[in-house]
Design a protein around this ligand. Structure first.
Ligand code: PEP
Length: 252
């Protein structure tokens, strides 16, 4: 196991949560002891309507607040969009870019994801860059090739362990209850690590590579123990404090 990198467990709330959800967020913040926080970083990415409320709620705790997407531009005539600078101003310290739901629902290409990652950096936020193959691509034996291609195109030059986190999220595992075997996760994460080292040198060794896709308390310990898995990006199971804290127990 290579756990020289401090792991990160990040919750992606997607389009879930209203102001009263602050109570559940508070259950999460109060559930992370300082002993646990010394072993694992934690973050919740609520919908943008709650960024500021949660950021205020997180003051004095060890939980970071992130965002789920940003525009490539810093400002301008882009009705309905939000810039990385606005999200940072609201209290986000990281921004997920290239989530497969954004790629599928909004036609985001690797080039767009690359620009969004740079926009996140320009506002001093961490880019959490998502990659992952579809079920058909995995069945065709192309998982490593697809992920390597997304990585090459979506991650901008200049990435390092401070400004970038990679999230491997097989599309077929997201929200389905299905997960790859630990051996399959190890294969992809090892391939990602070697691509990062080839391109970024030692910085590539230090970048966090999260696994995402149906992580829950019952499978977290097994998945988080896989070599080159430096934490998790969690969707559904991050909405309830009990489940999210149950996942964090993998690091207790
Ligand atoms: C996600 O969408 O980032 C995700 C991992 O979702 P879930 O945990 O619900 O599969």
């Amino acid at each position: 196991m290579t756990h020289t990198v401090k792991p990160l467990v990040a919750g992606n709330w997607k389009m879930n949560g209203v102001r009263s959800s602050l109570a559940e967020f508070a259950n999460i913040t109060s559930g992370v002891s300082s002993a646990l926080a010394s072993k694992v970083d934690t973050m919740i990415c609520p919908p943008a309507t709650l960024t500021y409320l949660f950021a205020v709620g997180a003051v004095g705790t060890s939980i970071a607040v992130g965002a789920q997407d940003c525009h490539t531009a810093d400002k301008g005539a882009h009705t309905g969009d939000l810039s990385a600078g606005m999200l940072a101003d609201a209290g986000a310290t990281a921004i997920i870019v290239g989530h497969s739901e954004r790629r599928a629902d909004h036609g985001e290409t690797d080039a767009v994801v690359n620009s969004k990652a740079k926009a996140a950096w320009a506002s001093n936020t961490i880019a959490v860059i998502c990659v992952g193959e579809t079920e058909a691509e995995r069945k065709a034996g192309k998982a490593v090739e697809i992920v390597a291609g997304q990585l090459a195109e979506s991650v901008p030059d200049g990435a390092d362990a401070q400004n970038t986190v990679i999230a491997y999220e097989p599309v077929w595992a997201i929200g389905t209850g299905l997960t790859p075997t630990p051996a399959d996760v190890a294969e992809i994460h090892t391939a990602i690590r070697s691509k990062l080292v080839d391109r970024f040198g030692d910085a590539g060794n230090k970048m966090r590579i999260l696994y995402g896709g149906s992580v829950k308390p019952s499978n977290a310990a097994e998945l988080m123990a896989v070599e080159n898995v430096n934490g998790a990006l969690v969707g559904g199971a991050s909405l309830k404090a009990e489940d999210f804290l149950g996942i964090l127990k993998a690091y207790a």
